[in-house]
Design a protein around this ligand. Sequence first.
Ligand code: HEC
Length: 413
Amino acid sequence: MFKVSYYIFLICNFPYYLFSQKITFTEHIAPIIHQNCTPCHRSGEVGPFSLITYEDVAKRGKFIQKVTESRYMPPWRADHDFAEFKDVRKLTLGQISLIRLWVQDGMPLGPNINLPIPTFNAGTQLKEKPDLSLRINKLFKIPSENKEEYYLFSLPTNLKENKFVKAIEFRAGNKKLVHHSRISVDTTQLMRITDGKSIDDSTIAKYGKVKMKDEFWSGWVPGNNPIVYPDGVAKQLSAGSDLSVNIHYAPNLLPNEIDSSFVNLYFAKEPIKYDLKTFILFEKDITNPPFEIPADTVITFYAKSVELPYELTMLSVQPHMHLLGKSLRSFAITPGGDLIPLIKISNWDFDWQMTYQFKEEQKIPFGSIIYAEVTYDNTSKNPRNSFSPPQRILSGWNSTQEMFNLIFQYIVK
Ligand code: HEC
C-alpha cells in the first residue's frame, strides 16, 4: 500500500508546467539547440546542415526528436557512468522531452523575442586567434581512385626557439573526405621528403622507420574538440621541429576534390610546469595474441601495460579501432588492488573516435597496471563489416584491416 504522502509527493512534483505553458522554439528549444548543436551544425563546421534558425530546426523536427532520444546526437560515445570527462556533450532527460513535446505539438514558433544568435570565430572553435597556423601544401588534390587513402604532409614550424603549446586544433579542409588525422612531431626534418605522398608510395617506404619525437601527439576526427591543456601543462615543441601529419581520406570518385587542412597552435603565455607526454597501449600489449580476427567470430582481446615505473597523472584518453570494433573498457589496478576506471564504450562508433579529457586529473600510482579489453565483431551481423561473407582480418592501417590503440596523455608531477 502506498502512503498518502506518496500521492501528495506525486501531485506536488508532476511537471504541470508542461501543460500550462506551451513549449515554443524561441523560449525553450532554441537555447538547447544553440548550446548543444550549433557549434557543429553551422556553415564551415562538421555537421552536414545548419541548425540555427526556426526553419533549420523545424524542417527536421521529427529527425531531431529521433536522434536526441536515441542519444545519437550530440555525439558522445563514452559511458557517462564509468568515468567522468570534461566538456561532456549530453542532453538531460528534461531537454530531450522538451524537444519531443515541442515536435508533437506541431513545433510552435513562440513569441518574437530577440534570440541571441551564437557567435563563433572563423577558422577556430576557440575564442582567441591561434599563434601559428600551418597549412598542408598548397591545395592538395585528393586522388579519385575510389579507395581509402593515407597521405603524409610535413609542416615545418620554422620556430627559432623552443615553444610550449597550450592548445592544438586540427581544421579539416575537405569536410566530406578528411576522415581523420594524426599529428606527430619530427625533429629530424627527414620526413620533409614524404610531403604530399601516399603511405603506400614505395619511394618513401624507409621513412616509415624514422624515429619521431612524438609518434602520436594529437589525433583528430570530425567533431573532436580542440585540445586545451590544463593550467601549467603544455607540449614542448623544440626549435626547428616539423609537424608530420597523416591524413586519412575516405574513398573519392570525383576528379577535382581538393584539401587544404591546417593545424592551429596556441603558445603558452604563462610559465609551464609540466611537459605533456604520451603513453600508448597497442596490439603488442595484447596478452592473448595473435591479434587476428577470424571470420564469423566476436572476439575479445586483453591488453596489459607494464607496472608503471612512476605515478602518471592522466589528462586524456583516445581509443582507436576500425570498423569491426564493438566495445572497449580500460581501467588501472593499483598495487593495493583498487580499480581506477578510465574509459568504457559499449557501442563503438568508427566515425566518432574522440579524445576524452578526464574531468579531474586521474592519478595512477607507481606500480599500477593499466588493462584494456577490446571486442571486435567480425560477423555478418555487424552492419559495418567491409566483407560479405566475413573474412579473416589482420592488423593494418586500412579501415578494412584492424587496429587497437589506446592513447593516453599524461604528465609526471
Ligand atoms: C560534435 C559535433 C556535433 C554536434 C555537437 C552535434 N552534431 Fe549532429 N551531426 C554531426 C555530424 C558530423 C553529422 C553527420 C555524421 C553523422 O550522421 O554521424 C551529424 C548528423 C546529424 C543528423 C543527421 C543524422 C543522420 O542519420 O543522417 C541530425 C538530425 C543531427 N546531427 C542533429 C543534431 C542535434 C539535434 C544536435 C544537438 C542536440 C547535434 N546534431 C549535435 C555533428 C554534430
